[in-house]
Design a binder for this molecule. Sequence first.
Ligand SMILES: Cc1cc2nc3c(=O)[nH]c(=O)nc-3n(C[C@H](O)[C@H](O)[C@H](O)COP(=O)(O)O)c2cc1C
Length: 360
Amino acid sequence: MTTGGRQSGMRLPGGDGSASMATETTTLSADLARTAVQTAVLAPSIHNSQPWHWRLHDGVLDLSADLTRAVPVADPDHRQLVMSCGAALFHTWLSLRAAGLTAQIDELPDGPDITRGRLATLRVIDTSAPAPGDAALAAAIGHRHTDRRPFDPADMPGELIRGLRAAAEEEGCWLDPLTRTDARVELSVILAHADWIETHDPAYQAELLRWSRTDPDATDGVPRSVVVGSETQRQSEFSLRDFDVVGQAGQHLRDPRVEHPGVLVLGTDADGPADWLRAGRALARVLAVATSAGLAASPLGQAIDLEATRALVREATGGLGTAQMILRVGYPDPAAEPLPPTRRRPIDEVLDLVSDPASA
Ligand SMILES: Cc1cc2nc3c(=O)[nH]c(=O)nc-3n(C[C@H](O)[C@H](O)[C@H](O)COP(=O)(O)O)c2cc1C
């Protein structure tokens, strides 16, 4: 992604700083801004809260956090809110790229306090045909949906995992595919730990209920129709000893067609609002690459909500920095129905078009 910001140490076009020297800016029209924001809002967001607001003025598109849509119990420091906005920012950039426009993004132009200042400004600095890769990624955006259903047991090829890793790195993040058995077991324990804490927190439960939707016309929140088997998923808070051993004749008593999802930990070296934005951009790019490769994914966010479990996740990946998101990734079951898209708010609720006095 071509960005040029002063807070986040982002790469400039071509990696040589040439964008900062661009003096000619192509004005972003209202129509183009609308199209770009239509794509932006397809981004994933915590609890489908869609915590973003866009404003077009003087050919510049501003992105701000909409704190009225914060999820303060699960996300007290707004980490995941900013990450959601970062994902939307990547979609905007990619949509413009697919239309042959290169946008320069200035992140946190008013400083790191996201409750007061804008998250980003975006202006068009160049026109050129999109690279085939960018066009394919843009096309994948409309097909991406969070898929919480069981995946096909097939393993993902190593080359694909390397491609997802490269996608995260392109946005300045790292991606750790947890392949070691001990790390995977450790992660499942951490997730269960986080689940246990949140399940026993009435404030968390009340907040989750506020974002849970049964009305099919709801334009935000998580519809019950896309939540899988929550009533049967956990039969006990503690796992029983598994007696489904391999039989004497070597036959599997247990159905071997259980999913073995890829589990990817996405992280950043530092941990502030600029890193959360960056993690959001990387999340969106990784998901777009995964979708275009026929993969499905769902975040395992509960271990990210809590500071203590976030730190444990980072320990499980065995390195420095901060874990920002955990993704479960795999091939969708070929017999599964296509997922219906989770709805979004109307565009006029999230985009202000400020008319140019010169054209009035
Ligand atoms: C920062 C962030 C955290 C999320 N956490 C979870 C999670 O813990 N569990 C989950 O099933 N989905 C999670 N999601 C996915 C959202 O629920 C999903 O994006 C939203 O409902 C919109 O649906 P869609 O992704 O299908 O468009 C998360 C998304 C983001 C961006």
